[in-house]
Design a protein around this ligand. Structure first.
Ligand SMILES: Cc1cc2nc3c(=O)[nH]c(=O)nc-3n(C[C@H](O)[C@H](O)[C@H](O)COP(=O)(O)OP(=O)(O)OC[C@H]3O[C@@H](n4cnc5c(N)ncnc54)[C@H](O)[C@@H]3O)c2cc1C
Length: 500
């Protein structure tokens, strides 16, 4: 059902009796989302909503097609994850992407997919670290669910990251270690500690978005609850000597005298993740309803409407913008940060974990992948040029690999790729509902795989909760259609949201 790219409709979508893409249905749900007309105070409304949630059937339980319908622009990392979680919660979802599902030109399929909350502290703040720590605990659970749903394994390892430097670069290694130590929160940030995490001048309720766009503040609920164990520096960063390095990675025996082990880190294979999510989405769309429009760009996102490149308006109950750098022009300050990666095939060479090579001019890493493949990344260039990798970057990536071990000299080059990371001016993510009514996840920058699960889980829960409130609208309440005229239409049938 989702294979062929879809052509735009010749005329605007009509209201669907099952609440499909259509303006009338959208207006009803949106109006209800904005303000419920049910009588009683907030507590009574919440109780009614709660009862509705508890007693309603899940999608596919004989009422498929009647659940609220969410339109998502962008089927990249954030879009796929969110669509999957919403389908699992019983909502209907339609996805739109400018490219086919197998396209590899955007950031998601290009990334190395390292999950490095500690190493990233050299370039990111404690908020990213906290989201990363939370996400590292979510990934295994979600990958297990994906496997149960699709039968597909996604390569996921959590054996830490080894950081090494050649003897001549020992000073750079010391500097890197000092940087991490300075930025590392002494204990796991708990919700009540959020204030302490925020950079100077940023109040706890400051929206994590450019002014005026996102009304949703950085929710303390996004942060992980306090853990029973304390993440002290030693637990996340251990100095290692040559013998320890050799024990961890026999390939590197005798090559490096000092390094750091960041034990909690991990990585996954994003090509496998994308394929597994696609399979899960196909299954979810078949059960709950919705369409994956491939090769259909969205030019504009409104609160409940996606406007495609042909000017066709697709109406939903709620719209989410997950277009990454494709949202440039609509999000002030959003820009692309160019990154390049090299993938090689090196049979007979083995690494158990990603290795970061510290160098005074660049910090690159080599991450093992299934099938004797290694991904070397990543450059970071302040450029929006999405063209092929440059010779300079190719030399840097290749040199890093070769200097890790000369045996990599015989590795076969499988792929050289470049893509743009979506970044906001402060290099922090935004996730939530904007003052314009549009839900957005963007600005994941160089941390998409690291932090997306925590952000997506929160947004999926918020969206499900928004519809739970919506459902207290009395069945016969007049609602306004897109033109403002009152009409009576069937309210959405309650679904049974599950834990998103
Ligand atoms: C070289 C490189 C290495 C990286 N390494 C890591 C790493 O090791 N660890 C990590 O955590 N992160 C890494 N990242 C970052 C990570 O890839 C991004 O943060 C993440 O992919 C952003 O997810 P997204 O869904 O917001 O955007 P994307 O993944 O870019 O997805 C956006 C989607 O929107 C679609 N789209 C765009 N415009 C439109 C439109 N007009 N209409 C419809 N669809 C549209 C695109 O086709 C795409 O499918 C790396 C990125 C790069 C480039």
């Amino acid at each position: 059902m989702n294979a062929a790219p879809r052509r735009a409709r010749a005329s605007p979508p009509q209201p669907s009796p099952r609440g499909g893409e259509g303006a009338l249905q959208t207006a009803s749900h949106s109006a209800a989302l904005a303000s419920t007309t049910h009588g009683g105070g907030p507590e009574e409304q919440a109780a009614v909503a709660h009862r509705a949630v508890l007693t309603s059937p899940p999608c596919g339980g004989g009422r498929a097609g009647e659940a609220p319908h969410v339109g998502i622009a962008g089927a990249g990392l954030a879009g796929r994850l969110l669509a999957w979680r919403l389908l699992r919660a019983g909502l209907r979802v339609s996805l739109f992407d400018a490219h086919a599902r197998t396209d590899r030109s955007s950031a998601g399929p290009t990334a190395a997919a390292m999950l490095s909350p500690t190493a990233e502290l050299a370039a990111a703040d404690a908020q990213i670290h906290a989201l990363g720590v939370a996400s590292l605990d979510i990934w295994p659970q979600w990958l297990g669910e994906l496997h149960a749903q699709t039968g597909r394994e996604v390569y996921f390892r959590r054996e830490g990251t080894l950081v090494v430097a050649h003897a001549a670069d020992a000073g750079a290694l010391d500097h890197y270690a000092a940087l991490l130590r300075a930025h590392l929160p002494a204990v796991t940030p708990a919700a009540h500690q959020l204030t302490a995490l925020l950079p100077e001048g940023r109040a706890p309720d400051t929206p994590i978005a450019p002014a005026g766009l996102a009304a949703t503040p950085f929710s303390t609920a996004i942060l992980p609850p306090a853990q029973p164990w304390v993440r002290q520096t030693e637990a996340v960063m251990q100095p290692v000597d040559g013998a320890h390095i050799a024990a961890l990675e026999p390939l590197l025996a005798g090559r490096f005298a000092r390094g750091l082990l960041l034990p909690q880190e991990g990585q996954l294979a994003n090509d496998q993740l994308y394929a597994a999510l696609a399979a899960a989405l196909d299954a979810g769309l078949a059960t709950c309803g919705g369409v994956w429009h491939e090769g259909l760009a969205i030019e504009q996102v409104e609160a409940a409407v996606l406007v495609d490149a042909h000017g066709t308006r697709h109406g939903f109950d709620l719209a989410v913008d997950c277009r990454g750098v494709g949202s440039r022009g609509e999000l002030p300050g959003l820009h692309g940060v160019r990154g390049e990666v090299l993938t090689v095939f090196a049979p007979g060479i083995s690494l158990r974990r990603p290795v970061r090579l510290i160098h005074p001019r660049y910090a690159l890493y080599v991450a093992p992948r299934p099938g004797s493949q290694f991904i070397v990344g990543a450059t970071e260039l302040d450029s929006e040029d999405a063209g092929p990798p440059t010779l300079r970057s190719t030399l840097e990536l290749g040199s890093a690999l070769y200097s890790l071990h000369p045996e990599f000299g015989e590795a076969r080059v499988l792929r050289l790729a470049a893509a743009l990371r979506p970044a906001l001016p402060d290099h922090r993510p935004m996730a939530g509902r904007g003052a314009d009514g549009v839900w957005r996840i963007n600005g994941l920058f160089r941390h998409g795989y690291l932090i997306a699960p925590a952000l997506v889980r929160q947004m999926a829960a918020d969206i499900v909760a928004a519809f739970a409130v919506e459902r207290v609208t009395p069945p016969d309440a007049p609602v306004l259609d897109a033109s403002g005229a009152a009409s009576h239409i069937q309210p959405p049938t309650p679904t049974q949201p599950q834990a998103a």
